[in-house]
Design a protein around this ligand. Structure first.
Ligand SMILES: Cc1ncc(COP(=O)(O)O)c(C=O)c1O
Length: 495
């Protein structure tokens, strides 16, 4: 601490220790009592605005102890807790508690992981983290890459590398408009919305996406994929990449990646795998065959903040030949003195992705990977899959529930009243209305948090278990809650 300057921002070591210990005590208590809380208080934005008050930016600073204590109360009393055992919504995992401490440490040292010289140890840790993620999913440790904020960014980073590799070589100077033929990308209809954002933002336009239909098992139909590529070639378009999904966002289905890899080889296309959610399951010997073909991928997106249970934000792009990232993102402004004589071992992450200044998100991933280890991840991921299967089986056995799909750790189901419904044409419409209303009630109720999926036109409740706190008992209780609330909602709608 600089004793020669009195500033309104520095905190004395005594105060830091005091308020830091108080916060850690509050966090430990929060984690301990999490299962007894409601998943969400379900408060309205207006109510929350009232709680934090309509005040302007304060002129005068305030003591950090009262500020921190107040912030902790606000967050512990008025948040949705994705770390709750009955949170099965979207794909947001319970976060490893070690990650919270890692973020404290990372923010304290505050390395800028854009350049090696600014972050010597943090860069070394990020490099090892990337290499371990490649090992974890079972591809060659020669894959290189970068940590990013999440799945969208991981896929964008790969998309841009593919565009550089496959578009005309003068794309950096001429842009997409310089391409003599339209660039086309291929993905299944179930692909996450990032592909629309990427096509729009990076100049191809959404009409360049070929949405390939899926089969009954929600996998991309590879015969239709090949047909679409041939049609485009005949029209004089330029196919550049195919996106295979390893765990689709709605149902968790994994495409036939080996088949897609073969098609990409035949037509010399970039093969990208969006494994943001599902690819960590490749660590399980039982699930590994499902992911055959990933070792052929030119690029892979995966999210430690999903099924590796790291706190938000942590995504990762892996690229078979990391030089594609450098060709895409590197620049050498005169004000950067980042080159290193020892180029072979130095790595400046600003050359690997969209950011220049970068935080140390690798630390929480690096520590969690070591805390859990390969065996621990196999256990956690296989248990999550078994719990999703239990949810499916219990729904299947229940007279008022219909089990729809189960892939990896995602199950879709719906409530179907036991009494006879109206004629078939109106039945599906009514069940969709009923289940949508039921989901809204459940999400606001605070007992359980599920999300939704549309499968073959059916509005489904969707449980995604990327949650090391969820138990068999939680799943059984969730079934009871769905049925209880489903009955109530049906009575309300017909009365
Ligand atoms: C398959 C898939 N890809 C990409 C994403 C986007 O990830 P993020 O929300 O971290 O940007 C998701 C999110 O659920 C996903 O499931």
């Amino acid at each position: 601490m600089n004793k020669n300057r009195d500033t309104p921002i520095e905190i004395s070591p005594e105060t830091f220790r005091k308020i830091g210990y108080q916060l850690v005590d509050a966090v430990a208590h929060f984690l301990d009592t999490l299962p007894d809380k409601r998943v969400t208080p379900g408060e309205s934005p207006q109510h929350l605005k009232k709680i934090i008050g309509h005040v302007s930016l304060p002129d005068q600073g305030r003591a950090p102890d009262e500020l921190l204590a107040h912030a902790a109360t606000l967050l512990f009393d008025h948040s949705l807790f994705n770390g709750h055992p009955k949170f099965l919504g979207y794909i947001t995992s319970s976060a490893a508690p070690l990650g919270a401490l890692a973020d404290l440490l990372a923010a304290t040292v505050n390395p800028n992981v854009g350049a090696q010289i600014l972050s010597p140890m943090a860069t070394a840790i990020e490099k090892q983290t990337v290499q371990w993620l490649a090992e974890l999913i079972g591809v060659s440790p020669e894959y290189g890459g970068i940590l990013v904020s999440g799945g969208n960014m991981a896929n964008f980073t790969a998309f841009l590398a593919a565009r550089t590799a496959k578009a005309p070589k003068n794309i950096k100077e001429e842009g997409i408009s310089g391409a003599s033929s339209k660039l086309i990308v291929y993905c299944s209809k179930t692909t996450h919305t990032w592909i629309e954002k990427a096509s729009h933002l990076f100049g191809l336009g959404t009409h360049s996406i070929r949405w390939i239909p899926t089969d009954d098992a929600q996998k991309m139909d590879n015969a239709l994929l090949e047909q679409a590529i041939q049609n485009d070639l005949q029209k004089g378009y330029q196919p550049i990449m195919v996106i295979g999904t390893a765990g689709d966002v709605s149902t968790g289905a994994v495409d036939d990646l080996e088949g897609i890899a073969a098609i990409c080889k035949t037509y010399q296309l970039w093969f990208h795998v969006d494994g943001a959610y599902g690819i960590p399951a490749a660590i399980s010997p039982a699930q590994k065959p499902l992911f055959k073909g990933i070792e052929e991928a030119d690029s892979i997106a995966l999210d430690p903040h999903k099924w590796l249970y790291c706190p938000l934000e942590a995504g990762c792009t892996l690229v078979k030949d990391p030089n594609h990232l450098i060709e895409t993102f590197s620049s050498h402004p005169v004000y950067y003195n980042f080159s290193n004589k020892d180029e072979a071992v130095s790595q400046n992450y600003y050359e690997y992705g969209l950011q220049n200044s970068r935080g140390f998100r690798a630390l929480k991933v690096w520590l969690t990977l070591q805390q859990v280890g390969r065996k621990g991840y196999i256990q956690l991921i296989e248990e999550d899959i078994q719990l999703a299967k239990l949810l499916f089986d219990l729904a299947k056995a229940h007279p008022e529930l219909e089990a729809i799909t189960h892939h990896l750790s995602i199950t879709t189901l719906r409530y179907v009243p036991s009494e006879r419904l109206r004629p078939t044409d109106q039945r599906e419409t009514y069940l969709n209305t009923l289940n949508q209303a039921l989901l809204n009630t459940l999400q606001q109720g605070g007992e359980v948090f599920l999300s939704n999926a549309i499968v073959a036109g059916k509005y489904c409740l969707r449980g995604c278990i990327v949650n090391f706190r969820t138990s068999k008992k939680d799943i059984e209780e969730i079934i009871d809650i769905i049925v209880r609330e489903g009955k109530k909602m049906h009575q309300k709608l017909i009365s």
